[in-house]
Structure formats: C-alpha cells, structure tokens
Design a protein around this ligand. Structure first.
Ligand code: 3PY
Ligand code: MG
Length: 257
C-alpha cells in the first residue's frame, strides 16, 4: 500500500519513528506491524546518506514511509522527495505563508514550485509523473504558540494533507512542562483545540505519543495518526529494564543465601 492510499482511506493509523541511522533498524520498524514509518532527519541521528538505504530497507516491508525533513526548507524537502520518500513531515510551520512554502516544495507547477529531478522516485514509483507529485503526502507540524494563533489560516492552505503536533516544542513555546499526555492543562487544551479544528475540516491530526496508552488517549480525542515511540527510546527502555531486572534477580538470590 502506498502512503497516499493509506491517507485516502482516512482510518486511524499507528507509526514507528526511526532516529537510529541504520537500514537494519528501519527494516525492523517497517516489519513490526505499524501502518507507517517515519525516518526522522530533524532530531534523529540520520543524515541524507543514511536516509537513502533506510528508505530502501523500508520498501521491503509493508508499511509506507514518511521522512521528517530537517526544516521547512525547499531544498531539504525536494531532495528528500527525489530520494523516493512518499511523504514529508515538515517541522515548525508557523504561518499560512510557511505552510504554502511546505506544500509548494512538494508539488510541481502549477500547484507548486518543486524542481524536476526525481532521481530515485522515478525509478521506484511505477506511475511517477509530474502530475503524480500530488500523491506526495505533505504533513505540517504545529508546535509553537505562533502556529496555534495562525492555525485556521494554516489549515486554509490547499494541499495540506495533515497536521502533526510536536508536544515537546509546543510545551517549550508555551513555557509549560512537556508531557505527551498533556499533563499541563494549558498544553492539553492547546492540543485538543488543534485536533478539534482539524476534525471540523476533515484534515487528519497526528501526534507523538510515547506509549500505546497515550496513543489511545489521543485517538479518543480524534487524533488519526499516532506515532508511538522512537527506536532510540524503545531500545533504551528495554535495555535499561533488562539490565535492572538481571541485577535485581542476582540481589534477591544473594539475600536468600
Ligand atoms: C516535538 O515534540 O516537538 C516533536 O517534534 C515530536 O516529538
Ligand atoms: Mg518538535
């Protein structure tokens, strides 16, 4: 299934988040039962040269792939799409003008201003054409006070396929403590307001969740695409828990002796 097909189905979907620069961990993510994978080249440790084999590895699995680009910069977006990403998540989109820039970088003229040179995209996408650049899924991130203030204008921009909330940046911008559940009431209210506006316009809203339980909380609020947790944190949590448990077991035995 392509990312565009998944998007057009409009169902709730769950995503894996890759931050480790490895085609192997990306392949695991793409084969773990998620509906989509995001290769994070903003805060992940992944550069362009590592992203390419990760896209290739994900293509072996059933889950279509987003790339979170480093910034709302047309060169980053266009080069990522040329490598065959089916969709981009664009950080820090704070105004209608910035949203138009993100969408425009994804589409060829007349809908946008993407430059023509789809090196890998043309090879791996059988129906690739100038017209099919509309199939690229363009998700903009709302994660600042400024973006909250400009939300309706951002949502008015044609070609926005989804809005993804970054709870951490949003909390920093609001001057409140961060928490994926929206532990601070102002933070939670802001996230609820975003999903309510998106739902009214039938624009899917997504969010980084941290745990399946938090994903379920936000699904009930109307969020439709839910990133569960990054590979780094999943590995760190499982690794720390295993080391702790091994030592606890040894201590229990020592006490009994
Ligand atoms: C944020 O929380 O700011 C993100 O970008 C996603 O975790
Ligand atoms: Mg962020």
């Amino acid at each position: 299934m392509t990312l565009r097909e998944l998007w057009d189905e409009g169902r709730v979907s769950y995503g894996a988040w890759c931050t480790i620069p490895s085609s192997w961990t990306a392949e695991i993510a793409a084969r773990s039962g998620y509906d989509w994978v995001c290769i994070d080249t903003q805060h992940g440790l992944i550069g362009y040269d590592a992203m390419l084999p990760m896209l290739q590895a994900c293509a072996n699995g059933p889950a279509p792939t987003f790339v979170r680009v480093p910034w709302n910069s047309p060169p980053d977006i266009m080069k990522t799409l040329d490598a065959g990403a089916e969709g981009v998540i664009v950080p820090m989109v704070n105004s209608a003008e910035e949203a138009r820039q993100a969408v425009g970088a994804c589409r060829y003229a007349p809908a946008g201003f993407r430059s023509m040179g789809p090196t890998r995209a043309r090879v791996v996408m059988p129906d690739y054409s100038v017209q099919s650049s509309g199939n690229v899924v363009c998700v903009v991130m709302v994660e600042t006070k400024e973006a909250l203030a400009n939300l309706e204008a951002i949502l008015d921009v044609p070609g926005i396929d989804g809005v993804f909330i970054g709870p951490n940046d949003l909390a920093v911008s609001m001057g409140v403590t961060s928490g994926y559940k929206g532990e601070h009431p102002d933070h939670r209210r802001a996230m609820e307001a975003v999903v309510a506006s998106c739902t009214k316009r039938n624009i899917p809203a997504g969010v980084m969740c941290g745990t399946p339980e938090t994903a379920e909380q936000w699904r009930r609020e109307g969020f439709r695409f839910l990133a569960i947790e990054s590979d780094t944190r999943l590995l760190a949590q499982a690794s720390e828990a295993a080391a702790k448990r091994a030592k606890e077991l040894a201590q229990q035995l020592a006490k009994q002796a």
